[in-house]
Design a protein around this ligand. Structure first.
Ligand code: CTP
Length: 408
């Protein structure tokens, strides 16, 4: 499966470095080409000679070596690879990656690369659990760096817990899944709206709803996994930003519409946000005070712009595919079919959000995909699976020749 793939293996300093010999052997067995960058501390655990013998290639370690830089600059090392693998990844190299340091060849290559990076951490259990390391892992994960391990187990320091580097076979499996994932949406742009909006009543109060953003965020992540360049316009939510996605955070429907229009031309727009239908005609600029004996204030509301309908309007800038959601509590299919026509979008993902279904804020969803061709009833799935299935359907639609092209 890895035949012809080019792996740039960055070996940092840790006792687990002895496992890279087996890792290289397994990769070579599959006819992958492996080239090594060895850090200064890595060279205390494995020798350049052993790596050179196993890879049948030169081992790179010196940033300032005239021959290394003239033969193969740090940019070229990354250009010539399909994937960078850091194994073992020490707490130190994770911190340097998170901080964007470039003070040796390994860190410079990692900063200069635009290729996928897989990291196999290996360190003492307390170093792994330390808040600083965990914060670095979070930063790197958000940037789209992939992790394999660490595993639980007995360690060289006579302690037990998470910190052991994954076994070479596990690292190979992670490499295979990264390099064989199909990216049918590569080169396509996607826009996703997610979460609720907040409409200010006064500086301390607002109108909003129960949307958690889980489904919209999962859709953004799934589209990015299939290779799309994704802009996610999100209202206030507690779920983390998906990796590898540009996130624009907004509060009100007006801001959400402006951010969607600012995202520019896209191939597909998915409006999963629960946009507040109304806003205050004139939000109070100071906190509305209670007055003894006076009636509660009457809130004068005015409609918000309809983002889905705006994006669905015909014209040269219309995305090729516009997908809306229909959050209904009764007559689900009939209301959703009607909503598709009313809003002018291509597909509607209909879901029942009655309290009994637990859809709002829950982890599972039962949806029905409504298009011009009819209604597909999907089984109850996790929101991640719904997102993957929807992203798959979008990829199929966008990669299908348009009727005019098909006729040519
Ligand atoms: N939507 C939008 N802008 C709005 C309102 C809704 O983009 N101002 C989008 C939602 O993101 C969703 C779809 O329209 O994709 C339907 O949202 P929903 O709340 O189900 O419908 P409403 O338009 O609010 O209609 P109704 O209140 O009649 O159910």
């Amino acid at each position: 499966m890895l035949k012809g793939k080019r792996i740039l293996l960055i070996v940092a300093g840790g006792i687990a470095a002895f496992k890279v010999h087996e890792l290289i052997r397994l990769l070579r067995k599959q006819d992958a080409a492996v080239r090594c960058v060895l850090t200064e501390t890595g060279a205390r655990f494995v020798t350049p000679l052993s790596l050179q013998a196993l890879t049948e290639d030169k081992v790179y370690s010196d940033m300032f070596s005239l021959t290394d830089e003239s033969e193969m600059g740090h940019i070229q090392l990354s250009r010539d690879a399909d994937l960078l693998v850091v194994a073992p990844a020490t707490a130190n190299i994770l911190a340097r990656m998170a901080g964007g340091l470039a003070d040796d060849l390994a860190s410079t290559v990692l900063l200069a690369t635009d290729k996928p990076v897989l990291v196999a951490p290996a360190m003492n259990v307390r170093m792994w659990s330390h808040a600083a390391t965990q914060a670095n892992v979070e930063i790197l994960t958000k940037r789209g760096i992939e992790f394999v391990g660490p595993n639980d187990g007995a360690m060289a320091c006579n302690e037990f817990g998470p910190g052991r580097m994954s076994e070479p076979a596990e690292i190979v499996a992670a490499i295979e899944s990264l390099l064989t994932v199909e990216r049918p949406l590569a080169g396509r742009r996607a826009l996703v709206t997610s979460g609720p909006t907040r409409e200010a009543i006064d500086p301390v109060r607002y109108i909003s709803n129960h949307s958690s953003g889980k489904q919209g965020h999962a859709i953004a992540a799934a589209l990015a996994q299939l290779g799309a360049e994704v802009t996610l316009v999100s209202g206030p939510v507690a779920v983390p930003d998906p990796a590898g996605v540009t996130v624009v955070k907004i509060e009100s429907a007006d801001q959400m519409l402006a951010a969607c229009l600012a995202a520019g031309a896209v191939d597909v727009a998915v409006c999963a946000a629960a946009v507040a239908d109304w806003k205050m005609a004139t939000p109070a600029t100071a906190k509305i005070k209670k007055k003894a004996g006076a009636a509660p204030p009457a809130l004068e509301l005015t409609p918000n712009p309809d983002i889905l309908a705006t994006l669905s309007k015909a014209g040269p800038k219309r995305p090729r595919l516009v997908v809306g959601f229909a959050a209904e509590t009764e007559n689900l299919i009939a209301n959703a079919v009607d909503k598709r026509t009313r809003k002018g979008c291509d597909w509607i993902v209909a879901n029942d959000v009655s309290p009994a279904t637990g859809t709002f804020g829950g982890d599972r969803n039962t949806v029905h995909l409504i298009s011009a061709e009819g209604v597909q009833h999907w089984p109850t799935l996790s929101k991640e699976r719904v997102a993957m299935q929807l992203a798959g359907a979008i990829a199929l639609h966008l990669t299908r020749p348009r009727p005019a092209e098909a006729a040519e």
